[in-house]
Ligand binder design. Structure first.
Ligand code: TRP
Ligand code: ZN
Ligand code: CA
Length: 438
């Protein structure tokens, strides 16, 4: 590795700071503290949502240019979404119906767990019109709901409510699929649905930020998300009842949703607060052949996808089950430069029944001038080492990150250690703190 003069100076400064901290901080281990945290909604990766849109575009291109009810592109879209959900641990089912002489499909996906008597459902229509690929209408809602569901799986979320997701067929023929689903539910099953969230057109190219004016709790949840971003919203007025929430609402189920605008025109006042072009439709390609992957505003899609996760986490997972207790060591441990020995920082865990979870979380805070030098392991009480990080050419400095370790074969109680070894000369630092969460 080559070091610039400024990097050497930075290294020297860090040694001085580390020495100062070591001299002033207590030598004894900080007492372990048990911490419980509310689950934080994840940031839905825009790239993942856009990758689903690219797949929908390819499906349309390969199937006559659309993904409409009764056409091959619709079934291919359903198969794509179903495969992703099956691989992520959802229980999926295809519901078939007939409309205009063709077989239609709804896809229902249940996330195992939660209160079966209190179901939070999120959905979107997956069909396009016949005139185009339907990427904003409604690949956008379909891809974002899919990615939110996959985020539930990635988080291993154990929500209070039971989570269900739906992708509807033949919306463009008059909400046919969602009507069929709601009408085929026995009354007792309808009564278990505590809320339905609808996402239809959420990446419009000249976007507005509209929240359905329906159930007050759901509406407020979306408004809170946008208030947190400092972005004003308006009540959705471009045709109440024009999407799949309508059958749920008719059945007495609380509903809500988001919308970024269809063929209405953006006013000067709206362009003022949201940007974009006044005097132009929110979506000039609405129901047209130009509703392609080019017909998406990434910022709107990103925000609305994150809003879906925010709503699911807040409305569905109010009482957190994971994570379990945390234990932390905040005492500094100097990491000698290579070829020095590995150093460890211990944490004594007690009062945790049974084994560590498959999602044992390790938060690491290391002050260093070149973190690529570091090889880091978590050492279980029985001495088993779990590699958290190898050395690399990553020249960034401090390492502040968390790792998820499958430590399910380890008894939780005992002394865990964070072991750090510096394997390249010249850059140095110290373990500032680390934390293990069960
Ligand atoms: N559902 C309509 C479609 O798919 C789009 C639409 C128009 C809409 N107005 C709406 C969606 C209001 C949600 C809310 O063509
Ligand atoms: Zn449409
Ligand atoms: Ca070094």
């Amino acid at each position: 590795m080559s070091l610039s003069v400024s990097r050497r100076l930075a290294a020297a400064t860090a040694i001085a700071v580390a020495g100062l901290l070591a001299a002033t901080s207590p030598a004894a281990l900080a007492a372990p503290t048990a911490v419980t945290a509310a689950p934080t909604p994840p940031d839905i990766p825009l790239a993942n949502v856009k990758a689903h849109l690219a797949q929908f575009q390819t499906i349309a291109t390969n199937n006559g240019g659309n993904r409409a009810h009764g056409r091959a592109g619709y079934k291919a879209s359903i198969d794509y979404v179903k495969a992703k959900l099956d691989a992520a641990g959802f229980t999926t089912s295809l519901q078939t119906f007939t409309s205009s002489g063709a077989t239609g499909y709804n896809l229902i996906a249940d996330w195992p767990g939660g209160d079966p008597n209190s179901v939070l459902m999120s959905g979107s229509h997956l069909d396009s019109v016949t005139s185009g690929p339907g990427i904003n209408d409604n690949g956008s809602g379909s891809a974002a709901v899919l990615e939110a569901a996959l985020a539930v799986s990635r988080a291993g979320l154990q929500p209070t409510k039971h989570l269900r997701f739906g992708w509807w067929g033949a919306e463009e023929l008059g909400l046919v699929g969602s009507k069929y689903y709601v009408n085929s539910l026995p009354a007792a099953e309808k009564a278990k649905i505590s809320g339905y969230l609808n996402f239809d057109m959420i990446g419009s190219p000249n976007p507005g930020y509209f929240v359905y004016d329906d159930d007050p709790t759901i509406e407020q949840t979306f408004k809170n998300y946008y208030a947190g971003l400092g972005i004003p919203t308006e009540i959705e007025t471009e045709g109440d009842g024009r999407s799949d929430h309508a059958p749920f609402k008719s059945a007495g189920i609380p509903v809500g949703g988001l919308f970024s605008g269809a063929d209405y025109t953006k006013t000067a006042a709206q362009a003022q607060k949201w940007g974009g072009t006044s005097g132009q439709a929110f979506d000039r390609c609405y129901h047209s052949s130009c509703d392609t992957t080019a017909n998406i505003n990434d910022t709107a899609l990103d925000r609305n996808a994150d809003a879906i996760a925010y709503a699911i986490w807040n409305l569905g997972a109010a009482t957190p089950v994971p994570p379990g207790p945390s234990f932390e060591n905040t005492a500094d441990v100097n990491i000698p430069d290579s070829p020095g020995a590995a150093v460890t920082s211990p944490i004594t865990v007690s009062g945790v029944a049974g084994n560590a979870p498959a999602t044992t979380k390790v938060d690491v805070n290391i002050v260093h001038t070149y973190r690529g030098d570091l090889v880091i392991d978590l050492i279980a009480p029985d001495g088993t080492a779990y590699r958290l990080k190898n050395s690399s050419s990553d020249s960034a400095d401090n390492l502040v990150t968390s790792y998820t370790v499958n430590a399910s074969s380890e008894v939780a109680n005992g002394v865990w250690k964070l072991q750090v070894k510096d394997v390249a000369a010249q850059d140095v630092g110290y373990i500032n703190s680390w934390k293990i969460t069960f």
